[in-house]
Design a protein around this ligand. Structure first.
Ligand code: C2E
Ligand code: MG
Ligand code: MG
Ligand code: MG
Length: 294
């Protein structure tokens, strides 16, 4: 009967919800264990200057090497880490590891002082009352310059900030630490508040870059974003560049930086070091960018 069917539906739903809750709980427990056992590593994806600048950046991207499930991508565990607050402990580990990597590269490649690493910072961590003090404390343990780290913050997380957070960001900014708006254009827009934040760089989301070539309207949108950024004194990174034609267009539009599989996928620290070696032992980068632009 209909009644029996309804009940069956309900049971199906609860068991599905139960299953979801179970696997969430399992993921949460797994995460706690993984933090204890240090099952994480940072990968580094090059951020290439499209101009003739010798600067080079990397974005640090976390990877979880699960003992049974293998590599778990961040999209599958960062949201849970954020909901449970575990992101804060994980976030400090990420910053510390990135600072350590910069210090190592600096020792390996003295004279090349322009290596910078972008670190994604979750809103929960950014809005800690002690965030700026703790960052300063961490920095005091490393022999690196503050401009070599850049915090990536999403639009959405900026929107959550109050004036006291903005003050804390400005204190860090005054120390030389830089900020980048991540995934620009995907959140609901904070255009009217954009100038309030001490932002150095705007990162155009990959969903825009992907449309280049198939959609002329998209190019106009990107042109507008770049003009806006430059007007506010920010430089621009385009993320998710996969084709030469995307690179060409972005370069023509005056975008300063590019990141994407066209240049390189995220690399583990050994491969990222190899990438640096190749870059520094030749005029490799200029040639590569030039070749790609042709
Ligand atoms: P995101 O910060 O926007 O990072 C860029 C993502 O785009 C990375 O995915 C990167 O591998 C991917 N990507 C870069 N170039 C290309 C391309 O040309 N094509 C395609 N298809 N993808 C490209 P990933 O590493 O899976 O990270 C996903 C998201 O997880 C990040 O997005 C970020 O929001 C979050 N995340 C990663 N690491 C951390 C971290 O250490 N802390 C926090 N809080 N979040 C992180
Ligand atoms: Mg990012
Ligand atoms: Mg991004
Ligand atoms: Mg993104």
């Amino acid at each position: 009967s209909a009644k029996a069917n309804g009940k069956g539906c309900y049971q199906l739903l609860t068991s599905e919800l139960q299953q979801q809750a179970m696997s969430r709980l399992q993921l949460e427990n797994d995460l706690r264990r993984a933090i204890q056992n240090q099952e994480f590593s940072l990968y580094y994806q090059p951020i290439i200057a499209l101009s003739h600048s010798q600067k080079l950046g990397f974005e640090a991207l976390i990877r979880w090497h699960h003992p049974q499930k293998g590599m778990i991508p961040p999209d599958q565990f960062i949201p849970v880490a954020e909901e449970t607050g575990l992101i804060i402990e994980l976030g400090w580990w990420v910053i510390k590891t990135a600072l350590n990597q910069i210090e190592i590269w600096q020792e390996q490649f003295p004279g090349f002082s322009e290596i910078a690493i972008n670190v994604n910072v979750a809103p929960q961590q950014l809005m800690l009352v002690s965030f700026s003090e703790q960052v300063q404390e961490l920095f005091s343990h490393f022999k690196i310059k503050s401009h070599q780290i850049k915090f990536e913050i999403t639009e959405g997380s900026l929107l959550k900030t109050g004036s006291h957070h903005i003050e804390a960001l400005k204190r860090l900014k005054n120390l030389g630490i830089q900020f980048c708006i991540d995934d620009f254009g995907t959140g609901y827009s904070s255009l009217s508040r954009l100038h309030e934040f001490p932002i150095d760089t705007l990162k155009i989301d990959r969903s825009f870059v992907r449309q280049i070539g198939s959609n002329q309207g998209e190019i106009e949108l990107i042109r507008t974003i770049i003009t806006l950024a430059h007007g506010l004194g920010m430089d621009v990174v385009a993320e998710g560049i996969e084709t030469k034609s995307q690179l060409n267009q972005l370069s023509l539009l005056g975008c300063e930086w590019g990141q994407g599989f066209l240049f390189s996928k995220p690399l583990n620290s050994i491969d990222a070091t190899q990438y640096l070696v190749a870059l520094l032992t030749s005029k490799w980068k200029q040639e590569r960018v030039k070749a790609l632009l042709m």
